[in-house]
Design a protein around this ligand. Structure first.
Ligand code: PTJ
Length: 256
């Protein structure tokens, strides 16, 4: 689809096209398109920029990934369509494993997503076929199937666009969960240890940049970044930001 360079919503339309392409190729599910629409709505509310509350979460997430012994980046259809190259960059910088983990799991989608990741430069992709042989307790969706070399033994898991049940299940297993979710009210956002309330297309490059900057820091400094982070406060700040932004816009419209 041709989108004129001058189109005011060009960036957003290009992102949609990437998802539609992934859908046509069979690795993004129709539900993924619905999920993206929901995300877009929240992106409008935050003004489609990475805000302070997201930067703070990104800093804490970068520290957690650098401190981790077994970090894992969990990848679904939407994540593969939107930020495969950044997933690979982040994995290379942090030593994290990349694992395919799908809500609507089929063997065909696993293979297609692994291929997208390999084309983006991934040397190894876990969670495909027989590799997803372990089970997360208390979880009934197909997301319960994980790799014994990946999510099962991970201490820190990055879960972009996650569902609430799995976030809670991973937490119960004692893992530190980092979510990327534009909706600060979602169950995932509230259950995660660190929630980056931002669009994944901005959040992942920002995370890569922040990890590069913090990589030289000593463990003690990274530990104190992580210890001073408060997720409930971050979510509260996101909601307050939206409230104030909407108030300002409505006052402007009303001329008061
Ligand atoms: O590929 P699969 O089979 O694992 O399925 C993936 C989807 C996304 C369909 C599945 O995980 C799902 O149904 O997710 P939910 O429960 O709809 O949650 C998606 C969350 O991600 C929602 O809270 C959205 O607001 C948020 N979201 C959507 N697009 C973005 C986003 N957050 C950040 N960046 C986005 N681009």
């Amino acid at each position: 689809m041709f989108i004129p360079p001058s189109h005011p919503r060009r960036e957003s339309l290009l992102i949609r096209e990437r998802l539609v392409e992934g859908f046509k190729k069979g690795y993004v599910v129709p539900e993924g398109l619905i999920a993206h629409g929901r995300g877009e709505c929240f992106d409008y509310l935050i003004g489609e920029e990475t805000r302070d509350f997201a930067w703070e979460a990104i800093r804490a997430a970068a520290a957690a990934l650098l401190l981790a012994r077994h970090p894992v980046i969990s990848v679904n259809g939407n994540t593969a369509a939107l930020v495969a190259e950044h997933v690979v960059k982040l994995a290379n910088l942090t030593g994290a494993k990349i694992e395919v983990n799908l809500f609507y799991r089929t063997r065909e989608r696993e293979e297609l997503i692994a291929r997208v990741l390999r084309e983006a430069g991934a040397a190894e992709v876990l969670g495909v076929g027989d590799d997803a042989s372990a089970t997360i307790p208390e979880l009934f969706s197909e997301r319960r199937r994980v790799s014994p070399r990946g999510i099962l033994i991970a201490d820190v898991v990055l879960v972009p666009l996650e569902d609430g049940d799995r976030t809670e299940a991973l937490k119960k297993m004692g893992k530190l969960v980092i979510a990327v979710d534009l909706n600060p009210l979602s169950r995932t956002a509230r259950a995660a240890d660190i929630t980056i309330v931002d669009n994944i297309v901005r959040a992942l490059p920002a995370l890569v940049k922040t990890v590069s900057e913090l990589k030289a820091k000593e463990r003690g400094q990274l530990e104190s970044i992580l210890a001073s982070y408060n997720n409930q406060l971050t979510l509260a700040r996101a909601l307050q930001f939206i409230r104030e932004r909407l108030l300002a816009i409505s006052r402007e419209l009303a001329g008061v």
